[in-house]
Design a protein around this ligand. Structure first.
Ligand code: AP5
Length: 216
């Protein structure tokens, strides 16, 4: 099963993708995670991407298309994959379609999550992640047992650079201008299913799973 999770920053794409990995045994491909790892490791790509990411802008299409093309060729994607944060522009979606055609694959489902802007702001300003194992938390909605410390490994929690309010507002504007056209793009292709992203993580997961299993 080849899936795209679409939606604005903070809507819950990463949270839902992580649950789908276990359920379907297919990997999550998060361009944001791949880019953040490259920034941390100071690779040439990371150095190039950092300025765009810190300001909330998109990294150039040719960089992310290259990342995804390389990742899709890896053996663990043979049974399927969950794209989280890609595509984000129409040229990225066109490139994805070409890459998949070239390897005899196609997208099966595009699930679009949505919540209102106030909720997105709350989710993003309160998000924390573990500096050691990467586990995700939220100061109000999914707090760790001890403030600032990861329940799973004891690592220190941190706030993402781009989760400061000013940058979030820019990311949301970039989403509206450059990514939201993908909703009609995939609607036109007959692939889009919309899910309300407001509610419990488990309830939203159940709705997505029902769609993927063809029960809705
Ligand atoms: P990326 O890392 O992809 O960020 P994003 O799309 O902005 O998405 P987020 O990770 O912020 O949100 P999410 O939807 O995954 O929400 P989450 O599950 O964490 O991209 C970062 C940057 O990299 C971009 O700005 C760009 O510069 C660059 N980039 C990446 N991909 C690119 C591309 N394709 N092209 C160009 N540039 C690219 O949830 C958020 C919070 O809410 C968490 O704390 C969570 O616990 C909480 N939460 C989740 N679900 C619920 C719920 N149901 N109820 C209450 N709280 C919830």
């Amino acid at each position: 099963m080849n899936l795209i999770l679409l939606g604005p920053p903070g809507v819950g794409k990463g949270t839902q993708a992580k649950l789908l990995i276990d359920r379907f045994g297919i990997p999550q491909i998060s361009t944001g995670d791949i880019l953040r790892a490259a920034v941390k490791e100071l690779t040439p790509m990371g150095i190039k991407a950092k300025g765009f990411m810190d300001s909330g802008a998109l990294v150039p299409d040719e960089v992310v298309i290259g990342i995804v093309e390389e990742r899709l060729a890896q053996p663990d994607c043979q049974k399927g994959f969950i794209l989280d944060g890609f595509p984000r522009t129409v040229p990225q979606a066109d490139a994805l379609s070409q890459v998949l055609t070239g390897i005899g694959k196609k997208i099966d489902h595009v699930v679009s999550l949505s919540v209102d802007k106030d909720e997105l702001l709350k989710r993003l300003t309160g998000r924390r992640a573990c500096s050691k194992c990467g586990a995700g938390y939220h100061v109000d909605f999914a707090p760790s047992k001890v403030a600032g410390i990861c329940d799973a490994c004891g690592g220190e929690l941190f706030q993402r650079e781009d989760d400061k309010e000013e940058t979030i507002l820019n990311r949301l504007a970039v989403y509206e201008a450059q990514t939201s056209p993908l909703i009609s793009y995939y609607q036109g292709a007959g692939l889009l299913r919309s899910v309300n992203g407001l509610g419990s993580v488990e309830g939203i997961q159940a709705e997505i799973v029902a769609i993927l299993q063809g029960a809705q």
